[in-house]
Design a protein around this ligand. Structure first.
Ligand SMILES: Cc1ncc(COP(=O)(O)O)c(C=O)c1O
Length: 380
């Protein structure tokens, strides 16, 4: 008998609706039209949904390229057999130039120093994208320093500038009216600097999820949204109206044991929680090391046998209790839903994260790569 791969033996999994990702890319295409390049942002292992599975779906649904925040995601995408433009946001050093060449990746260059280092590391001419800092004060060339970078590129024989992009500072409520316009003016200045230096850049993009939805006029020749691909569109008053479907449809596990606590004599010891006499509990094989909140908020729940039961804290590294008082028939092996549907009952992602004190995007960013993903197509 052949043993199942270790990741399939763990009875905890995410359910990802790849049909939703495909729908969201097609919806994005409908909104931006045929003339705007879509670089699907697959940062953080496709926002936790698994870059090797999400990448081909995005390309088949009409994306022109992909963008990742770390080279290991790029490696996984290529290992899955996905071809096409693959942009590396600033995240690696020129010491990985041989891999960049072998896998045909497009690194980002923001400074003269970086450009010289990539140029020295490459064995032949390669496309690079330039990044400009429009107000985020993170990676990217300051607008005033872009002319120096553009002129330096003219002297470096192995770098072929093929694109220019920026990323808006858009931290929710912190963005005030006019702040996009102020940042977009920096992008426009960067485009003028490129034109003045005679550098033609086929792809120019600055819009990710919020700007794509709120500022259609800022599309330029490309857009690189992430959140909306996974149904995490976050605009209260969008100028563009799309229907985006949520990609994460389940965070599920299985009951591994149950027991009745019986009579307890705590003596001088403090118990981890205050058990009711004769209380029945079940044990789940996941904890805060797998993404559950630590400490557990009041009201946190799961579904078992179609009924809502309370999680009982404290949450441990890889174990959590549930109160089986209202589901005394629950049996080891039963599916337990932390997020998703079971029969007529449902715990939505929005409900869970509101209780856990985080937002939906943060949940996606914290999805664990050691937890298997099961791919479904709810429309299919
Ligand atoms: C450079 C860049 N482009 C695009 C994105 C995608 O942003 P969003 O998920 O808000 O669409 C990010 C996200 O961090 C980013 O850093």
């Amino acid at each position: 008998m052949t043993a199942a791969p270790a990741r399939h033996l763990r009875p905890t999994w995410y359910e990802i609706d790849l049909g939703a990702v495909a729908h969201n890319v097609r919806e994005l295409r409908r909104l931006v039209g045929p003339g705007v390049a879509i670089y699907a942002c697959l940062k953080r292992n496709a926002y936790g949904c698994g870059a090797p599975a999400v990448a081909p779906v995005c390309m088949q649904a009409g994306a022109d390229g992909l963008a990742v925040g770390n080279i290991d995601d790029a490696l996984a995408i290529r290992a899955a057999g996905v071809a096409g433009p693959l942009l590396l946001y600033p995240s690696c050093l020129p010491e990985v130039a041989a891999t960049v060449e072998a896998l045909d990746l497009v690194p980002t260059v923001s400074t003269v120093e970086e450009a010289a280092a990539w140029n020295a590391a490459f064995s032949r001419r390669r496309k690079v994208f330039l990044k400009v800092d429009v107000g985020l004060l993170r990676a990217g060339s300051m607008v005033g320093q872009l002319p120096d970078l553009l002129h330096a590129l003219g002297r470096l024989d192995r770098l072929e500038p093929a694109g220019l992009y920026g990323h808006f500072f858009s931290y929710g409520a912190a963005v005030t009216a006019g702040q996009y316009e102020w940042q977009f003016a920096r992008m426009a200045a960067a485009m003028r600097a490129a034109a003045d230096a005679g550098v033609a850049l086929p792809i120019v993009m600055v819009s990710s999820t919020s700007a794509v939805l709120d500022h259609p006029e800022m599309d330029l020749t490309g857009v690189d949204p992430g959140r909306l691909l996974y149904g995490l569109s976050a605009s209260a008053h969008p100028a563009r109206h799309g229907t985006f479907r949520q990609a994460l449809v389940g965070f599920k596990t299985r009951l591994v044991m149950r027991k009745t606590l019986g009579a307890l004599d705590p003596g001088d010891f403090a118990l981890p929680f205050a058990p009711r006499p004769g209380m029945r509990i079940g044990i789940l094989p996941l904890g805060w090391g797998d993404g559950l909140p630590r400490p557990l908020p009041e009201g946190a729940a799961a579904l078992v046998r179609g009924r809502r039961v309370a999680l009982v804290g404290p949450v441990h590294l890889e174990h959590t209790r549930i109160d089986l008082t209202d589901a005394p028939d629950a049996t080891p092996g039963d599916e337990v839903v932390l997020i998703g549907r079971q029969g007529d009952a449902e715990i939505t992602l929005a409900e869970a994260v509101a209780l856990w004190g985080i937002d939906e995007t943060t949940f996606h960013g914290q999805m664990r790569d050691h937890i298997p993903r099961r791919y479904v197509d709810l429309a299919g």
